[in-house]
Design a protein around this ligand. Structure first.
Ligand code: SDX
Length: 380
């Protein structure tokens, strides 16, 4: 048994090699396959980034066109899946719907041979939004939506299916698309690492993704964007924000959407999503009060605690101003991170080794066995 007490949570542990993204590596910021997140967010679409993460390089125009055509063709929801979605109660959490959709597709369209990772990833990325929204509209109002919205991007398809509108504000589409780029990949984040552990046993692709979804659900990880919106919702003035923060400081409770295991200063994704959330706040359907309160909380947390917002904090106000309901925030994270999870599963399988660490044993020394007829409290 080693003397040194570990920080816990595998903090600082290098758990393997990966060539997909840099997170806080030696001050070079966040890069996906070498490309800076600012270039990707401001100059690419989510479909280009999807191709980059799954194939390892940015697409040519022809490759991108082929990917878009594939996405449009993979949106359809099988009848059996629709029948199951129609049985799920409206009180279900969207993350449970995403996990269920993955499991059902793993049964209806199983992984039967090697080399299917790209196709299954695109299938899931394409169907996740339509399936979630099929369940949402059916369980809430009995409407059976047509999941096919033509040659729309993943972002526009989701927004049209949620709002049941044929026209969406271009800035809302752009903000949503940028959020998908920002959420797409982040090295050995808990959910990604969980997926890699699962497939390292030679388990199937869908099992890896259901593991990842279950892991992402927690408020210390993907669930933080929903948790942040929940506390921001009632704060409609700076004094109310101060009262909230002071009580959280006093009770030593976490403020969700802040802090990061790797970034101990700014999360490079936060200023990007904040930029779009601020742009939205200046439009007709924007919420300038939400942004003013958010910026005030950020200012105090940075100045008083030296704790910075992570991607989830301003994603909350961005999604709210896109009109998306809070319980769907983490489900959107799933659609996006499916690209990173797919890339990591491909990478893990390309040079696989069963992942099986050891613990630092802290239990009792060897004991003498006592048969049950002689056992009493004294000799247990
Ligand atoms: C994501 O890994 C990834 O890359 C994840 C992600 C991705 O893209 O996949 O980036 C997405 O999950 C972002 C993180 C979302 N989670 C939250 O916003 C939840 C709130 N954040 C905290 O739970 C925390 O910051 C963690 C879990 C994210 C990271 O914490 P660590 O590295 O385990 O550090 P810690 O909890 O030990 O905190 C160090 C100190 C503690 O104070 P002390 O006990 O030393 O006095 O900082 C404090 C913490 O209490 N602290 C916070 C805080 N975050 C850290 N205090 C109040 N509010 C916070 N949010």
């Amino acid at each position: 048994m080693s003397e040194k007490k570990q920080a816990g949570g595998l903090q600082g542990v290098v758990a393997g090699q990966s060539a997909i993204s840099t997170v806080g590596v030696g001050g070079i910021g966040l890069n996906y396959r070498g490309y800076d997140i600012n270039d990707l967010a401001y100059k690419c679409t989510f479909e280009e980034v999807t191709y980059l993460l799954l194939k390892g390089h940015l697409p040519t125009q022809q490759q991108l066109d082929e990917l878009k055509t594939l996405i449009w063709s993979k949106r359809y929801i099988p009848c059996k899946l629709k029948q199951i979605l129609e049985t799920l109660p409206k009180e279900s959490h969207p993350m449970d719907i995403m996990r269920t959709v993955t499991s059902i597709l793993g049964i209806l369209e199983p992984e039967t041979k090697s080399g299917q990772e790209y196709d299954i990833s695109i299938r899931l990325i394409s169907i996740f939004g339509p399936a979630l929204l099929y369940w949402y509209h059916y369980s809430n109002s009995g409407i059976k939506i047509n999941e096919n919205t033509g040659k729309d991007s993943i972002a526009e398809n989701f927004l049209k299916l949620y709002h049941l509108k044929s026209e969406i504000d271009p800035l809302v589409i752009k903000t949503f698309d940028v959020s998908l780029i920002l959420y797409a990949e982040h090295d050995f984040a808990a959910s990604t690492f969980a997926a890699r552990v699962t497939v390292s046993t030679l388990s199937d692709f869908y099992s890896g993704i259901t593991t990842a979804i279950g892991t992402l659900r927690g408020p210390l990880h993907g669930g933080a964007n929903e948790a942040a919106m929940q506390y921001l919702e009632p704060l409609r003035s700076i004094p109310q924000a101060d009262q909230f923060l002071n009580s959280r400081y006093q009770s030593k409770q976490l403020i969700m959407g802040f802090g990061h295991r790797v970034y101990k200063k700014e999360d490079p994704r936060s200023p990007i999503i904040k930029d779009f959330s601020l742009q939205l706040s200046k439009t007709q359907n924007g919420d300038p009060t939400l942004l003013a309160v958010s910026q005030h909380i950020e200012k105090r947390m940075v100045e008083e605690k030296k704790i910075y917002p992570n991607l989830d904090f301003y994603s909350a106000s961005a999604y709210r101003q896109c009109g998306v309901p809070t319980p769907m925030f983490t489900a959107i994270f799933v659609i996006s991170r499916m690209t990173g999870w797919g890339g990591h599963i491909i990478e893990q399988r390309s040079n696989n080794k069963l992942m099986r660490p050891v613990s630092d044993y802290t239990g009792p020394a060897k004991k003498q066995f006592v048969p049950i007829e002689m056992r009493n409290k004294a000799n247990l």
